[in-house]
Write a new protein. Sequence first.
Length: 615
Amino acid sequence: MPEAPNNTHKNANSYSVAETNKKAFQFIEDVTTKPDEVQKRVLAEILSRNANVEYFRRHGLKGQTDRETFKKTMPVITYEDIQEDINRIADGDKSPIICSQPISEFLTSSGTSGGERKLMPTIEEELGRRSLLYSLLMPVMSQCVPNLEKGKGMYFLFIKSESKTPGGLLARPVLTSYYKSSHFKERPYDPYTNYTSPNETILCSDSYQSMYSQMLCGLFQYQEVLRVGAVFASGFIRAIRFLQKHWTLLCHDIRTGTLNELITDLSVRESVMKILKPDPDVADFIEFECSKESWQGIITRLWPNTKYIDVIVTGTMSQYIPTLDYYSNGLPLVCTMYASSECYFGVNLNPLCKPSEVSYTLIPTMAYFEFLPVERNNEVTDSISMATSLNEKEQQELVDLVDVQLGEEYELVVTTYAGLYRYRVGDILRVAGFKNKAPQFTFICRKNVVLSIDADKTDEVELQNAVKNAETHLIPFDAQLTEYTSYADTTTIPGHYVLFWELNVNGSTPIPPSVFEDCCLTIEESLNSVYRQGRVSDSIGALEIKIVESGTFDKLMDYAISLGASINQYKAPRCVKFAPIIELLNARVMSSYFSPKCPKWVPGHKQWSSIDSLP
Ligand code: AMP
């Protein structure tokens, strides 16, 4: 197997950018030249290590490690198929159920099952694989943008709350797990992981204190900043919004060299005070720029040496491109990697390309990848629905990494070192090209998802159930919901879900606004845990219901038919993205209502409520 680049340098003197970059390129070259060989070995390694796990015995795999037997014997699965096994592990069963190595923790995916976050098993060594993928990003980037090692990155990185399963395993998001690991905290000197945010500010669990201190350090060191970013576009925009609200306090701290007393976390205070010195000139400069009426180009004005914005703007995050373009005067938007809680997948080898042209090269050492061909059946909503279980014939249709066809779409299926076997990730990818013999994929969409603002992924069924629960508030007024649709409104910061409702009102008592507000809240309470967490942490705004004139949905149908939809098969889409349709709906809004408060949310799964949540 090709050697992973080994960054063991301890200090600035022994660090050679050229040497490290060379190793990374050699690794990429090696694994993309012989992806099939690497994949075969990865699968054999996973299967031989785990030969004795209960899951294999159950399905009749008896120690064989070849692809053919594996594919013939093992089913292609979704989360629900292994939920019982996951629950046993979560409850404390330490026997080798799915993996011979101990499950070290669960990574809480933003995908949900039954309204709760999915729990993805992981093992200690996976941290090494994640670090490996990270180590490839800057060598690739530095090929396109020189001299990045001469300055800093201003990245807004955050940890989220974590909880413990009844059996005592930690359950937390993958990035929280990574930032808290020694791989991140004790990373050896590397000019490419030289951030303006001290580790303590990233590791602070209070999101206000974390954001405030990271922004303060980023502003104070503005001249050194060569690149800025966050994980998702929505997170970066939230940081700009924070600056809009709090720049006077931040300027005061820079002017006086003191830290606002709302920052009470002692380790954060200590780390910031090592950086901050009184600097009235910097404070004047920031005040001058922030007090201008227009915030257009604020990123390039405040951090003038910035070369690009490093955020994911592929998939649903593409809805934030216009806002980022506005704040940055069109700086390049760079999507460097594609990853998930299940496993990290790949990197973008052409990071300066347009967001619409981004493709990710899957790194064949990360996991064993298979691809399920996709037939598109719904161009209007851009969502793809696929059966949750596959028949025997469909199970045989999966192809290997090197057998995918240019231009075709596939659902990604992974077999990981941590105990997921032929697991459907739920992402739809299209083959856009090849690096040597390794395919490169454009991210098309997440299967079945209709609405998303931040990490939330709401599917049509969840939305339908939530609307059904809310509708009950209309019964006393003899009113019925006749049609509805939705869209993710990202013109507000944070973005929010909007539902267009058309009603049939028979009763004579007018429906008071408070009833519609109750409807909004009931929908929010009925949505999944990731949505509700987003609301509580203010990364998603209050849900809005817009009541439209009667006859609006007929107009929508007429419009869809004029665009070529079949009259016989027409169904009102449950989510709309096409701007003229949103305009058509907005032009017929009679009144609108917002959720009056946040829905309830607690860390961890509902059924673990007896277990103390960690901060
Ligand atoms: P999670 O399991 O919560 O970490 O979410 C992982 C999911 O986020 C993936 O399966 C994708 O649906 C989405 N995702 C991750 N990286 C990207 C990317 N670069 N572009 C688009 N979507 C992404």
